[in-house]
Design a protein around this ligand. Sequence first.
Ligand code: CDP
Length: 409
Amino acid sequence: MSDKPDKLITDDGLRLDGRRADEIRPMKIEIGVLSRADGSCYLEWGRNKILVGVFGPREAHPRRLQRADTAVIRYRYNMASFSVEDRARPGPSRRSIEISKVSREAFEPVIMAELFPKTAIDIFVEILQADAGTRTAAINASSIALADAGIPMKGLVTSCAFGKVDGQIVLDLNKEEDNYGEADFPVAMTQDGEITLLQMDGHLTPEEIKKGLELIKKGCKEILEIQQTVLRKKFETPVEEPEAKAEETEIEAEETEPSLEYAPEAAVVEEVIEEAEELEEELSEETTEAGAVTETVPEAEELEEIVKEAEAEVVDGEAIEEAIEAEAEEEAEEETEEEAEEEAEEEAEEEAEEEAEEEAEEEAEEEAEEEAEEEAEEEAEEEAEEEAKGPWKVVKDPSESGSRGENDE
Ligand code: CDP
């Protein structure tokens, strides 16, 4: 164990790990880390490392512990022997039994245990590395593991401690502050602000407690946000924004519209024509005025030039229109040629098919005729043979009839 530092808070208000009085240590949460547990969580908070597994609701054993009207909540806080500087003695201790009890009570108001009578909900906490504030860290991790297990809860439970260090009230004590500070005050609360755990180790005035509880509210709010973010990341199904969908369909609609190769140029031509017409009108009006007022003549000249330019552009525009028409005609011709070729090919195919069918029919007929003729000939031959043999029936040679012939003899 390290010796007590001279100052736990520097003159500029910073703590040994660089935090301000109202800041919590960095927290990292992983959800669903144990495949055999119904819910699990691994949490790092500063140098604390904690693993929680939740099992249940499952049949409570031994059966005498079962309750007919509700589930039994069991919370077991355990420190790994390697989790602290000096070896922690394995097995339950006064301290771990106490922490298990107060932590279970911190969850009882939120877990809807009445929905699962005769069952047990087991929360196993393993402290892998301890660095002050392990009970609060374990409650934060258990909250996530319970949610991961799908245990119905009225809300999440968050936990944080404040303490008194060098006469100052600070949030979330680290190891040195816990060891050499004047007080340690762990608190757990529901997300509605209802306090479900409150302990005090040391001496604090009511004002100090009031100030500390304000810091706790701030700390628990930050922790709740971290917990919610982790849970949302795991369980929230992304919903497609209707606006985004509408935009997509618009883009698709734009893409599916036939692209007119000359459309932009045609639009420009139209604009130029319109401008030119307007200018002409204005010019005719102003030139009449110019006849009366000599000062306006230079403007009229300028306008004439603009009109000429516009006309030139119109000519260009006309040329483009002609080009469009010419191309459209060419395309139409090509299309008609292609159509004609396709029709000719189709006709040729149809003719070939018809011919093939006719040939097949003819062959089939010829074969049928030949077969009929052959059958007729064979029948005629057989009849002629029978007639030649006379009215007698053909009798088998007795010598060919095997044993029977032998017995007759
Ligand atoms: O961890 P928490 O602050 O909730 O409980 P504590 O009893 O105030 O313990 C403060 C710290 O003392 C623990 O976090 C451990 O780092 C350390 N400790 C230890 O070194 N050996 C023990 N047997 C128990 C606690």
